[in-house]
Design a protein around this ligand. Structure first.
Ligand code: 13P
Ligand code: SF4
Length: 302
């Protein structure tokens, strides 16, 4: 059954000149069928650089929207339209407009995990891979960072002279990690290095030996001489770390590290959108043009 559907997806992909992009949090079968697997920055760049006419984005809604903003003339399909990011929905364009009205002249930096409407109100966009580098340009300025409070707090700590105002949003999955369960894992696996995503609860971030985006975590385990790790990010990353390393052992920090929205994509839905071209992402032109400025500046500063 899987073989048939995989063959059919490949046939439709070639026939329609489509490319399949998949985030590291997707299921192994989706990661394996994708042309590019990556973190949110790498997938934005792949969306920009592809020659394909159709981008099928296996991820959540804001990611497909970002691909559409970057490549407005391409058709962008999201296999499951209800695959959202609760953190991205913790702020809307009106919230940003209210902040700007109350703080004339202040700038806004948005995490890529945000809606097109929020990006349109922002000066610059960042992902967890490039946030630190981009934030260096905004030291000492009045600036709001939305919506991930944990990453914002991490940036304020790491970049001297940075004083971002923080919006109280968070990723329910990463933020829900607890210090006591982290300590228990460290006691269970005393030789393992603790490495985590900056969306995690700040108390857990402070305990980690390395903090980085999904791509950062992946590079870290590949390059490290160490051979055992406790990983604090969504479980989909395990497929990549196991595939790309040999003789290394990985423990997921918590079995609750599962993003249900990321797991809504499956081979049947991927096949369906390629076949029918349904679930196209559309963005109102003015919003798209303004959101493009924040994303283009991110790509320039990365
Ligand atoms: P990165 O892929 O940029 O590490 O972000 C993780 C994430 O939260 C995706 O939703
Ligand atoms: Fe959103 Fe968290 Fe899922 Fe990423 S892992 S898509 S931030 S809910």
């Amino acid at each position: 059954m899987n073989k048939n559907i995989i063959d059919e997806i490949k046939r439709l992909k070639t026939e329609k000149n489509a490319v399949i992009l998949a985030h590291y949090y997707q299921t192994p079968e989706i990661q394996d069928i994708a042309d590019y697997t990556g973190d949110s920055l790498a997938l934005s760049i792949a969306a920009r650089d592809t020659d394909a006419d159709i981008i099928v984005f296996c991820g959540v809604h804001f990611m497909a929207e970002t691909a559409k903003i970057i490549s407005p003339h391409k058709m962008v399909l999201l296999p499951e339209l209800t695959a959202g990011c609760p953190m991205a929905d913790m702020i809307d364009g009106d919230d940003v407009r209210s902040y700007k009205a109350a703080n004339p002249g202040a700038k806004v930096m948005c995490y890529v995990n945000s809606t097109a409407d929020v990006k349109a109100e922002s000066d610059v966009c960042v992902t967890s891979t490039n946030a630190m580098k981009i934030a260096e340009n905004y030291k000492g300025q009045k600036m709001l960072y939305v919506p991930d409070q944990n990453l914002g707090e991490y940036l304020n700590e790491q970049v001297e002279g940075l004083e971002l105002d923080l919006w109280p949003g968070h990723c329910c999955i990463h933020n829900n990690l607890k210090v006591d369960e982290t300590v228990a894992m460290q006691e269970k696996y005393p030789n393992a290095k603790l490495i985590v995503h900056p969306e995690c609860n700040p108390k857990v971030v402070k305990m980690a030996e390395y903090v980085g985006s999904t791509k950062g975590l992946l590079n870290y385990v590949i390059e490290s001489d160490h051979d055992e790790f406790i990983i604090g990010t969504e479980e989909g990353i395990l497929h990549q770390v196991n595939n790309l390393t040999e003789g290394k052992t990985f423990h997921l920090l918590s079995e609750r590290l599962v993003c249900r929205n990321m797991k809504k994509t499956n081979l049947e839905k991927l096949h369906y959108v390629l076949d029918t071209l349904e679930n196209q992402i559309e963005i109102e032109q003015d919003t798209l043009t303004r959101a493009q400025k924040a994303i283009n500046l991110m790509l320039e500063l990365s």
